[in-house]
Design a protein around this ligand. Structure first.
Ligand SMILES: [Zn+2]
Length: 393
C-alpha cells in the first residue's frame, strides 16, 4: 500500500508545478505573515515573510504544503515575534461555514470513524464506538451541493449588507469558496482597514443581530399600545435591519407581495393585523424573522486582527479542492469550479464513502472495496481519510 501523505504531497506538488501561472500573490504580500501546514510530520510553520510572488511560487512547488495561509493583517516585519511587530492594519474578513448555519440533513453528510478499531459509522447515538466501545471518534463532514448553495445565499446576503449599510463598494469585496464547507469574503483597501478589534466586534454584533433588543425598537415597543404601533412600525424600504425585518414581516407573516404598495395601504394592513393577532403571537413571529435573517458569520474570524487565513487559489488539504476566487457568484458551482485534479483514473481502496457529487458526476456509495476513480474523486476521498491510494497516477 502507498503511504497516503506521500501520495498527496506528490499530487499537490504536481498540481502547483503544472498550474503555477494561476497562482497570484495577495496584495502587499511582503507585509503579511505567511504560514503553511506540512504533510508529514503534520506541522504548522509560521512567521514567514515572502518578498514577492516568485518566492510564493517557489515555496508552493518546493514545499507542496497541505494548506497555505496568509495574515489578514499588515506588519512592518511579519517574521518578527508577534509582540515585536508593528501592526499596520488588516483586511476585513468574514467566514460563512456550513458548521455555523442551522443544521439541515440535506446540507451535510456526517461520517464517524473510531480511532481505536477503525470502524466507520454513518450515525452514532451516544458518541461511543458500537464495535469496541471507544470514545475516540473522528467526525468527517462532507458538504452536499444543496448545503453549499445554502451557504452561498448567506454570503450574498452578507455582501449586500456590507454594501448597503457600511458603504463598502462592490469592487473592494472579494468572495471565495473556502475549499471545504463554505465561503470567505474579504474587503481590502477600505477605510475600515485600521479598525481595531473592538470595532470588528461591534460590526460582528450588528451582522449577527447579537444584542438586538426587539422590545426597545419601533418594531415592537413595550410602551406603545398595539393600535398605535401600526402607525410607527417600520416600512420595508427603510434602511438597515429594521427595513429588512419589516420586509420579511410583510412578505412572510402578513403575506403580501411588495411590488408597489403605498404607505397608507401598508399601515392599514398593519392595523388590521395587529388588532386581530395576540401580542404573544406577534412577538414570536418577529423573533422568528430575526433569527432567520441574521447573518451567521464565524465571529472569531472577523474579530481576530492577527488571524492567518487560507490563501486564495491554493489547495485545501482536507478536500483537494481549491480556495477559489469567485468572479460571478450567480454562476459559480463549487463542486465544479473549485476542482483542481484530473479525470485520469486511479485505483483506490475505499473504506467507506457515501454517494457524493463532483464535477457533475455521481460517485458511490462504496464500502470496503477497490474502486477505479477519476483522480479528482480519489484525492477528495483520500484527503477526507476515507480512502487509501493503491497506485500513483
Ligand atoms: Zn471502535
Amino acid at each position: 500500500m502507498i503511504e497516503k501523505n506521500n501520495f498527496l504531497k506528490k499530487a499537490f506538488r504536481r498540481y502547483y508545478y503544472e498550474n503555477i501561472n494561476k497562482i497570484y500573490a495577495p496584495q502587499r504580500l511582503s507585509e503579511r505573515e505567511i504560514g503553511y501546514l506540512t504533510f508529514y510530520p503534520e506541522k504548522m510553520i509560521r512567521h514567514i515573510t515572502l518578498k514577492n510572488e516568485g518566492e510564493l511560487k517557489a515555496l508552493l512547488i518546493h514545499e507542496a504544503p497541505k494548506s497555505v495561509y496568509y495574515s489578514t493583517a499588515y506588519y512592518d516585519d511579519p517574521s518578527a515575534p508577534i509582540n515585536a511587530r508593528i501592526w499596520k492594519g488588516a483586511d476585513l474578513v468574514f467566514d460563512i461555514d456550513l458548521d455555523h448555519l442551522p443544521f439541515k440533513e440535506t446540507n451535510m453528510i456526517f461520517i464517524y470513524i473510531c480511532n481505536n478499531c477503525n470502524s466507520i459509522f454513518t450515525n452514532l447515538d451516544n458518541k461511543k464506538c458500537s464495535s469496541c466501545g471507544s470514545e475516540k471518534i473522528s467526525t468527517i463532514s462532507i458538504p452536499t451541493k444543496e448545503g453549499l448553495e445554502y451557504a452561498k445565499d448567506e454570503i450574498i446576503r452578507l455582501m449586500n449588507i456590507l454594501i448597503e449599510d457600511f458603504g463598502i463598494s462592490k469592487d473592494k469585496i472579494k468572495i471565495y469558496f473556502s475549499g471545504k464547507r463554505g465561503y470567505h469574503l474579504t474587503v481590502e483597501n477600505s477605510f475600515y482597514e485600521d479598525s481595531d478589534q473592538h470595532f470588528r466586534l461591534e460590526l460582528s454584533d450588528y451582522l449577527t443581530l447579537n444584542g438586538f433588543k426587539l422590545l426597545t425598537t419601533t418594531i415592537l415597543n413595550r410602551n406603545i399600545p398595539i393600535n398605535e404601533l401600526s402607525q410607527i412600525f417600520p416600512l420595508p424600504y427603510e434602511k438597515g435591519w429594521i427595513g429588512r425585518i419589516s420586509k420579511s414581516f410583510f412578505e412572510n407573516v402578513i403575506g403580501i407581495k411588495l411590488e408597489s404598495p403605498n404607505d397608507a395601504y401598508l399601515r392599514t394592513l398593519l392595523q388590521k393585523y395587529f388588532s386581530t393577532v395576540p401580542y404573544k403571537e406577534l412577538k414570536l413571529s418577529l423573533e422568528k424573522i430575526i433569527d432567520e435573517i441574521k447573518i451567521r458569520i464565524d465571529v472569531n474570524v472577523t474579530t481576530d486582527i492577527h488571524r492567518i487565513f487560507r490563501m486564495p487559489e491554493t489547495l485545501h488539504g482536507e478536500t483537494g479542492l481549491l480556495k477559489k476566487r469567485i468572479s460571478n457568484i450567480d454562476h459559480f458551482y463549487p463542486l465544479v469550479d473549485a476542482i483542481a485534479f484530473s479525470q485520469e483514473p486511479i485505483k483506490v481502496y475505499v473504506s467507506y464513502a457515501p454517494k457524493f457529487e463532483l464535477n457533475e458526476q455521481i460517485f458511490g456509495p462504496y464500502k470496503k472495496e477497490e474502486v477505479l476513480l477519476p483522480e479528482m474523486a480519489a484525492i477528495f476521498l483520500i484527503c477526507m481519510g476515507l480512502a487509501k491510494p493503491l497506485e500513483f497516477p
